[in-house]
Design a protein around this ligand. Sequence first.
Ligand SMILES: [Zn+2]
Ligand SMILES: [Zn+2]
Length: 171
Amino acid sequence: MKLSIGALKQETGLSEEVKISYPMADTEFRNEKLTFLGPVLFSGRIKNDGGDFAAAGQVVCDIEATCNRCLDPAKIHLDFLTEIYYSYNAEEKNEKTDEEYLPVDNDEIDLGEGLEREIYIHMPNQILCKEDCKGLCPVCGQNLNHGECRCDNLENTMNPKFQKLKDLKLK
Ligand SMILES: [Zn+2]
Ligand SMILES: [Zn+2]
């Protein structure tokens, strides 16, 4: 989504309120598919900051991904504040400063590209369908959220030491 900053570039300090709902295409993240369950909402301001530009505001979106434990679909709700920087000299800025600048091309900034990057940064480290997801049985692969499987005793099958203890008791 390209936004013109032609009017803002006239003077340092000028800013403009922006409220957009951006339909983000499905994408891949850590080799997993991310599906956006609706547009990404951005509400904030774009400001001329000494000839560079900053888009600052709130990002809200809902994403469907795959639970890292049980492989069922997992819903992720993101809601965060962010600041995205743009510059006519993005390459040079990126070499000289710690901030990461995106380029301004033909007096336009690509807000979609900035939002996508910020969404990746704010994704949880572990994607879970629910906090106490029980995952899959390591033996038979049954999704343990949907019910117990018929594998004997999970601990016995996972840890041979327990098996030995059980044998001792039986003697
Ligand atoms: Zn799960
Ligand atoms: Zn099992």
